[in-house]
Design a protein around this ligand. Structure first.
Ligand SMILES: Nc1nc2c(ncn2[C@@H]2O[C@H](COP(=O)(O)OP(=O)(O)O)[C@@H](O)[C@H]2O)c(=O)[nH]1
Ligand SMILES: [Mg+2]
Length: 442
């Protein structure tokens, strides 16, 4: 049993109870016990949670009832939707405990779902990835994995490997002198499988980018328009904009989405000779933010331009792919942008879409066209890597004319690695590691 919604005041709260005997135990604290005991799978029941054996009402609720093998866990389960009142939730949990329920461990419902065959590991991991997704694109990619797209792809690869292994094993079963023809090894099929594995592995960097997001910092002199640009990205008047130099003294951050990539955007203190120790500290901290950013938007006020010293700095950094140069205030500037700079007006929004597109190109590279099946879990990446290495070794062994036993062993290892991805081959340690990172109630 666990609260599946956040611990806080809310319109509704959901408490999930699962395991054999659940319906009977909940019936002991429900105003309509007989109705609950007779309730069909996937149906809803209205009533009150009460004190055990007493008519005292604790809260008005709706119960969602699931019977095996249905529902998220595949076990008998009841989801209680109550009002999102903290004292109310606390009291419901208390009476459930008194009925004999214990608090669920993080991810325990998902683990049970996995053990009961409701989902494989790629889908279980996708559940947590959906919850943690920071952009709509990241959430859609995780949903695609939850729908079984990754599982299907892995199964396909496994089938290919299995039939390859069968072809090798058939030849192992017959001593050479009984074979009619020389051993035949479908090298082209092996290479095809290797290509398939490498293609999937190649999506990892982009998949990770969508799931984890990146840090992007806006940097430049005071009054360049950094805070204006920051607000434009947020579509909200978040950072103070003013004509007074040195207005932003601390850095300000917010999560946004650029071309589907979750971006932690930082507005920083403008660069100049500080007039105050607090400003100096702000500039120092902003410097650290810029250092740790994956991408820096270097903003210049086009009506002012750059000093020769600043030009020298820009030129020195020109090849650095971490920097993007942005020419701001083009609505009032007479000077056209220097070549390679992106012209915008943070005040009226001119050039903003081009800037977003360029940021997307920088962050995603060619990864933006990899379709909708991406992997983002380091665990999956490592196992795919292991499978790819084994397959490569199998290919090398075939080419070198090494005994077929070795080829078979390599193919088996690749198959095991793929089996670990879906959870067909797995250990308690691995399961604890995966599900232990889940939220309580999931
Ligand atoms: N005309 C015009 N003014 C701008 C533009 N961007 C910023 N400003 C003005 O420039 C001043 C400094 O802007 P701010 O965003 O606070 O710059 P910061 O110091 O770099 O954060 C403010 O008065 C803004 O209204 C722009 O694109 N066009
Ligand atoms: Mg500012």
């Amino acid at each position: 049993m666990a609260l599946a919604t956040p611990w806080g005041e809310s319109a509704l709260a959901v408490i999930r109870c699962s395991g054999e005997g659940t319906i009977n135990l909940v019936a002991g604290v429900f105003s309509r016990p007989e109705a609950l005991r007779g309730e069909e799978n996937a149906s809803m029941l209205h009533g009150y949670i009460t004190a055990p054996e007493k008519p005292e009402k604790i809260d008005e609720v709706m119960l969602a009832v699931f019977r095996p093998p249905h529902g998220y866990t595949g076990e008998e389960s009841v989801e209680i939707s109550s009002h999102g009142s903290l004292p109310g939730i606390q009291k419901i949990l208390e009476v459930l405990r008194s009925q004999g329920f214990r608090d669920a461990a993080p991810g325990e419902f998902s683990l049970r779902g996995f053990l009961n065959g409701k989902m494989d590991l790629t889908r279980a991991e996708a559940v947590q990835e959906i919850i943690g997704a920071k952009s709509r694109r990241a959430q859609a990619l995780a949903l695609n994995r939850l729908s079984g797209a990754l599982w299907e792809r892995i199964e396909q690869l496994k089938q290919g490997l299995t039939s390859l292994l069968a072809a090798v094993e058939v030849q192992l079963d017959y001593p050479e002198d009984e074979m009619e023809a020389a051993p035949e090894l479908p090298l082209d099929r092996l290479h095809e499988l290797e290509t398939g594995l490498l293609q999937l592995l190649g999506t990892y960097r982009t998949g990770r980018l969508y799931q984890e997001g990146v840090r992007v910092a806006i940097s430049g002199a005071t009054n360049a328009g950094k805070s204006s640009l920051f607000n434009l990205f947020l579509r909200e008047d978040r950072s103070i904009v003013s004509g007074i130099h040195g207005t932003t003294r601390d850095y300000i951050e917010s999560w946004i989405s650029i071309q589907g990539v979750p971006v932690r955007l930082f507005d920083t203190a403008g660069l100049r000779d500080p007039e105050h120790p607090v400003e100096a500290e702000g500039i120092k901290r902003s410097g650290q933010v810029v250092e740790s950013a994956a991408l820096v938007l270097y903003l210049v006020d086009a009506t002012v331009g750059l000093s020769p010293a600043e030009w020298a700095e820009v030129e020195e950094r020109w090849q650095d792919p971490r920097y993007l140069y942005v020419w701001n205030k083009t609505d009032i500037a007479a000077e056209p942008p220097p070549s390679g700079w992106i012209p915008i007006s943070a005040e009226i929004g001119n050039g903003f879409e081009q800037l977003e597109a360029e940021i997307g190109r920088r962050l995603l590279g060619s990864g933006g066209d990899q379709g909708d099946l991406l992997i983002d879990s380091p665990r999956q990446q490592q196992l795919l890597e292991r499978a790819a290495v084994s397959l490569k070794e199998a290919g090398g062994a075939v080419e070198a004319g090494v005994a077929l036993d070795f080829v078979a062993a390599d193919l088996k290892d690749a198959l095991d690695a793929l089996g670990e991805i879906t959870g067909e081959v797995t250990s308690a340690d691995i399961l604890n590691q995966i599900f232990g990172d889940f939220c309580v109630g999931k």
